[in-house]
Design a protein around this ligand. Structure first.
Ligand SMILES: Cc1cc2nc3c(=O)[nH]c(=O)nc-3n(C[C@H](O)[C@H](O)[C@H](O)COP(=O)(O)OP(=O)(O)OC[C@H]3O[C@@H](n4cnc5c(N)ncnc54)[C@H](O)[C@@H]3O)c2cc1C
Length: 452
């Protein structure tokens, strides 16, 4: 008998997973609580653009839609740090040919949905809000938002891709001995805009991710294809420099003049945007296991909601799709085995990218303006260029490779131990590119291997 499969959540991960499942020959019903975003002119919601990197590209490739997205993706080859006095410092993300890509969330979601919808095996249902799942019968309860009617549908297998506040996951948390935790960062974020110049061109360098690191807070900007930049201010809710004080146009204007004068000059609508856009919060969740028997499996943010500072949330979700597809292959489409293997393989990855993302927040806001940190990156970059088989910088492992996140985290910790010893060499500022430093790095690497 034909299996009945549901995907709850037609966001980035759910839409991509629908394409994969249809390619595997399954008939799939996909539900989302929102109206069809393909009908909306402006796609509203969190973060207008996202950084897409190698793990995400591989996920798109597997669904056959890499080319469609490549056409609208803007490469960012490095970070450009803006200091208060206007000094700019460029730091490449990786090798010359490596870049992360700024893509529009709305366009990406629309394209993924379109791809899923193109298959006769996929049925999309909008304005269907999942309210519960009966785990005995595997029946999903929905409320049709337009009519207020309750709808129940029963499936063999249900994929929960309904994001950080997943209703499917909420049901799993009621299963005996189910682990779940949720926490919020003390910092929130606010989206703002640097519009295109009058001739439609970008007003800042287009091939970079711009950062204004200011210690406890920071602003970043990613380019859009229409010539604008989406800026995101990450800042504590409460404290000295905090959202709680930015409550009048004068206060906002003064804050930006003081901390981001070069950006302020390019933001004519700053105060209007500031009060039109919400103060958004940043949530992290962990849960275990990610599946229930062969009935339910969580993917994407529903399984692992992380803070956005490594630009990896969506990338990790797309990697979930690559992994689940491979596991179904390996298990001959035995869902019990595939779901178990998925939790086993992916849970450590989810935990590790959460930790890496938290650490990267501190790196972005505190360290990218710090000369010692920049020197360390220069030393690592030089060494890695000469000995690529011995040293892949942590950022590159996370962003430009497919090594499991937890392996990258472990390798990064080992590398940091070596770099702490290197940075303690007296006069490292002048000796950084010397033969002596290179030899020391080789020696410390050999020591680490010996004691590993
Ligand atoms: C400010 C910010 C910046 C980010 N930047 C990046 C970045 O640069 N790179 C990156 O890789 N990641 C980034 N992320 C993370 C990324 O947005 C998420 O990881 C990604 O959206 C997860 O996709 P998803 O499909 O799992 O969840 P979502 O995109 O949240 O989609 C969930 C879907 O489920 C639907 N839904 C929710 N509840 C229900 C329900 N009860 N019933 C039915 N449907 C429901 C929603 O309508 C939605 O369509 C960022 C996140 C934030 C907040």
């Amino acid at each position: 008998m034909e299996k009945k499969i549901a995907i709850v959540g037609a966001g980035l991960v759910g839409s991509l997973w629908a394409v994969y499942m249809a390619k595997r020959g399954y008939k799939v019903d996909v539900y989302d609580r929102r109206p069809d975003i393909r009908q909306l002119k402006i796609v509203q919601g969190k973060s207008i653009n996202l950084a897409l990197s190698d793990r995400g590209w591989r996920g798109l490739e597997g669904a056959g839609i890499r080319e469609a997205i490549e056409k609208v993706a803007l490469p960012m080859s490095g970070r450009l740090m803006h200091s208060v006095d206007g000094t700019l410092t460029y730091q490449p993300y990786g090798k010359e040919e490596q870049a992360i890509y700024s893509v529009s969330r709305g366009l990406l979601n629309q394209t993924l949905m379109q791809c899923a919808d193109a298959s006769p095996l996929v049925n999309l249902y909008f304005e269907h809000r999942c309210t519960d799942v009966n785990l005995k019968t595997n029946t999903i309860e929905f409320v049709e938002d337009a009519t207020g009617q309750n709808v129940s549908r029963t499936y063999d297998h249900i994929f929960g891709t309904d994001g950080a506040f997943s209703a499917v996951r909420t049901r799993l948390t009621k299963v005996d001995r189910y682990d779940f935790s949720q926490s919020y960062l003390d910092h929130g974020y606010k989206e703002l805009e640097i519009p295109a110049a009058a001739d439609g061109t970008h007003q800042l360098r287009v091939d970079c991710l711009h950062i204004w690191p200011r210690g406890e807070f920071m602003m970043i900007a990613l380019p859009n294809v229409d010539g604008s930049f989406t800026c995101t201010l990450f800042i504590p809710f409460e404290g000295k420099n905090a959202l709680e004080h930015l409550i009048t146009p004068e206060a906002v204007n003064d804050f930006f003049e003081r901390h981001f004068p070069d950006a302020r000059a390019l933001m004519p609508e700053l105060t209007d945007d500031f009060f039109a856009n919400p103060n958004a919060s940043l949530v992290m969740t962990k849960c275990y296991p990610w599946h229930y028997q062969d009935k339910v499996c969580l993917m994407g943010d529903a399984a692992h909601a992380i803070v956005p500072f490594y630009g990896q949330g969506m990338n990790a979700g797309f990697e979930d799709c690559t992994a689940m597809n491979r596991l179904l292959d390996e298990c001959g489409d035995d869902f019990v085995k595939a779901f178990e293997a998925f939790t086993k393989e992916r849970k450590p990855c989810g935990d590790a990218i959460l930790e890496l993302a938290l650490r990267n927040y501190i790196e972005m806001r505190d360290k990218t303006g710090d000369p010692v940190f920049l020197l360390q990156k220069k030393i690592e970059g030089r060494f890695s260029a000469k000995y690529p088989e011995k040293w892949v910088p942590l950022y590159s492992q996370v962003t430009f490779s497919h090594v499991p996140y937890h392996a990258a985290l472990r390798n990064g910790d080992e590398q940091q131990k070596i770099m702490d010893r290197i940075m303690a060499i007296p006069d490292i500022e002048t000796l950084w590119d010397s033969e002596m430093v290179e030899q020391k790095m080789l020696q410390y690497l050999a020591d680490e291997a010996l004691y590993a």
